[in-house]
Design a protein around this ligand. Structure first.
Ligand SMILES: [Zn+2]
Ligand SMILES: [Zn+2]
Length: 575
């Protein structure tokens, strides 16, 4: 039986046992053969032995052993029994077998812990953990992992801090807890701690860190991870490579993203899709589409994520008829059913290219209820084409679907302002106040010396705030001299003209740029990440800054990248 088990043939082991039992009924009365039988049963994971009518599932093995007068005092057998019950999906019987054990050691307890963690019953796992007389690294790591999966970041961290010894698994568990919980700042701090403690990160940890870097635009830290991979000869597997591609693209460094893509020996659909989306978001739609055809010619099957990238490419290039072709090929040729996101892309494509009515028809014909994102997309298109009527329809829907977001009010009042409907702009202002709609504060961040510096509008909390505002003033002066006029019509608060100008000047991205000009050498590229869409005033100011200061500025807003250089933006003012 042991031979079969070692050869990974658990079913053969059980069949042998069954053929022997009639001649040797007391066979299961000794701990050696019983534990082998239990292991074989567990390895067949669950009910298979019972289903096959072998009568050799965990429960019958346990019953037979009892009948033979066997008291499983042997810890090894006891552990095998708990494991066999757990694998058979009987946590209750596993627990009963655990409780009956005359004695428990750390291995037995760890198995019980793992059973609860695998079932997501972390509180129960914690009770077992607290009752343990001795614990090893596995016990701690199992529980941290359990908390991490449940999203209990604080509890995971508490355990992590209480550990005396940590291994790579402990670090990767806590890191994935932070990444999952979107606790990006903590995750980056932990990464620095880990490097300082000279712990070599495993692939899971690096993938988690890279995803956080991508979210935050922390390019220097992401590049540090890449550096570690290269200098330690870590194999660039599909997951790690794809995470690097994604990180570089999201941090605004599309060149390195492409470099990683070409250096990967093995790629999967996600790798190709990440690259296509990255190129598309950077306005490199032609490259994205030619990559897509190469992907098809290499025989890969595109999935729904791939098509998001393809449709974004068409949108940024204004390729309406190609976009429609790709959209209909999804289900017809590739068997991928379009989801609400794909319809959103199509509404964006049609709307941005001025086909507002067609976009509206597409929304009406959608096989599911349009969500707030779809209507906001249409509203955005109405802003570009000054379509008040459709904008008002979209707004009616948005006030039901997403009543607390201020963004649509801002968009619609911009549309009214463009149409010189100042009475409607005033009504929007009143509505904002009356319905006490929370304004989502704009946040912009910029990385400097491996740390993310974040600014909100009018922020004065930065330690170098004084210098930043001095630089901001100087910057605004230079802009005005070059002909910039603040678009005070965009400011929705009821304040005087001068205060409106100041409010615009203190928008978070302008503060981040002032900080960047202050801290980085002349001529270097500034990379900024913003949580919302950039306003018209900032967009035109930044174009001018790129010209006056001879800087490239790469700004990621909620939807896309803007590459500013020599007074122009890659979005061609459609965003
Ligand atoms: Zn702005
Ligand atoms: Zn732009």
């Amino acid at each position: 039986m042991r031979g079969y088990l070692r050869a990974c043939l658990p079913l053969q082991a059980l069949l042998l046992l069954r053929s022997l039992l009639p001649r040797a009924p007391r066979l299961l009365g000794n701990s050696f053969s019983l534990s082998l039988a239990l292991q074989a049963s567990a390895a067949l994971s669950g009910s298979v032995p019972a289903m096959l009518g072998l009568g050799l599932g965990a429960a019958s093995l346990h019953a037979r052993a009892r009948k033979s007068g066997f008291v499983a005092a042997d810890l090894f057998v006891r552990t095998a029994l708990v494991e066999a019950y757990a694998k058979a999906g009987r946590a209750d019987l596993a627990r009963a077998a655990f409780d009956e054990a005359p004695r428990r050691d750390v291995f037995l307890c760890n198995v019980m812990l793992a059973v609860y963690v695998a079932r997501g019953e972390v509180a129960e796992a914690r009770r077992v953990f607290d009752g343990m007389r001795e614990r090893d690294m596995v016990s701690w790591n199992t529980l941290i992992h359990g908390y991490a999966v449940k999203g209990e970041v604080a509890l995971a961290r508490e355990m992590f801090d209480d550990m005396e010894d940590r291994d790579a698994f402990s670090w990767s568990s806590i890191m994935s807890a932070y990444a999952k919980g979107k606790r990006s700042k903590d995750a980056l701090e932990l990464w620095q701690e880990m490097r300082a403690a000279c712990v070599n990160p495993d692939c899971i940890t690096m993938v988690s860190v890279l995803s956080v870097c991508g979210d935050m635009g922390a390019l220097a830290v992401g590049a540090e991870v890449h550096q570690f991979v290269e200098s330690n000869g870590v194999e660039l597997d599909v997951k790690l490579g794809t995470a690097l591609i994604d990180m570089y693209a999201k941090c605004g460094d599309i060149d390195n993203s492409v470099r990683v893509f070409h250096s990967m020996p093995v790629k999967d659909v996600l790798t190709w899709s990440s690259m296509i989306i990255g190129l598309a978001n950077h306005g490199l739609g032609h490259d994205a589409l030619s990559l897509f055809s190469r992907m098809l010619s290499e025989g890969l099957q595109p999935n729904e994520i791939t098509f998001i990238g393809v449709l974004i490419s068409c949108t940024h290039l204004g390729l309406v008829s190609d976009g429609k072709k790709y959209f209909s090929s999804m289900s017809v040729v590739h068997g991928v059913t379009p989801k609400v996101e794909h319809y959103g892309c199509m509404v964006d494509l049609l709307g941005r290219s001025g086909h507002i009515e067609e976009a509206r028809q597409l929304i009406r014909g959608m096989p599911f209820e349009p969500d707030a994102v779809i209507w906001r997309t249409l509203l955005g298109a109405c802003r570009i084409y000054k379509n008040v009527e459709v904008a008002e329809e979209a707004m009616t829907k948005l006030r039901v679907l997403d009543p607390h977001a201020d963004e649509h009010y801002v968009l619609l009042s911009n549309i009214y302002a463009q149409a010189n409907s100042w009475e409607c702009v005033a009504e929007m202002r009143r509505m904002l106040r009356r319905e006490s709609i929370q304004r989502i504060p704009g946040r912009s961040s910029i990385e400097w010396q491996n740390t993310i510096h974040e600014f909100v509008s009018g922020d004065r909390s930065h330690p170098r705030s004084k210098e930043i505002y001095k630089m901001l003033e100087e910057m605004m002066d230079r802009l005005r001299q070059a002909g910039y006029k603040p678009m005070t019509g965009l400011v929705l608060q009821d304040i005087d003209e001068q205060s409106k100008e100041r409010a615009l000047a203190e928008h978070s991205e302008k503060l981040a740029i002032a900080f960047g000009l202050l801290t980085t050498p002349a001529g270097s590229t500034l990379r900024i990440t913003k949580n919302l869409r950039a306003c018209e005033d900032c967009h035109s100011a930044i174009k001018l800054i790129s010209l006056l200061y001879e800087r490239k500025l790469i700004i990621r807003d909620r939807n896309r990248f803007h590459h500013f250089s020599e007074g122009q933006c890659s979005c061609k003012d459609y965003w």
